[in-house]
Design a protein around this ligand. Sequence first.
Ligand code: IDP
Length: 159
Amino acid sequence: CLVTALQNARERTLIAVKPDGVQRRLVGQIIQRFEQRGFKLVGLKMVQASHGILSEHYGELRTKPFFQSLLTYMSSGPVVVMVWEGHNVVQASRKMVGQTNPAEAPAGTIRGDFSVHVSRNVVHASDSQEGAQKEIQLWFQGKDLLDWDCCDQIYTIEV
Ligand code: IDP
């Protein structure tokens, strides 16, 4: 029914254009891919991320040898952090973004089209619905996420 379909369409994910993506002026093209797929933008901001927020965001990677260089990279310039909403958006975004290592990401994915090395892979996408919830809470205040009706949303949900 329509109510369930609208409910399912409220899944959210956190997408971030990393400092290399911002520096290389890829923000517009990355946003365009999510727009044209049919997802709805419900929050967006440009941030100079601190090591504090990045350590929390990447907490699961704390023991990895590349952790410190990851924080240095991610705080080397502004990031554009966004929340996108829509049916199956978490899984769909991971597919659109491609594998962590751009060498393995097929052409047609964001990483496969715009990056070459794992340490500079242009974009972040939450990897699960629980992860997305935590990340959205970490980066955004509730009041900065807008609940708005997109005039075409009846064409991007399950019918
Ligand atoms: P994901 O971004 O595809 O979810 P994760 O394994 O969670 O992948 O890693 C987070 C980020 O850490 C990657 O996007 C990448 O920027 C960085 N990273 C992962 N593996 C390596 C590595 O082997 N060397 C350098 N950076 C890495």
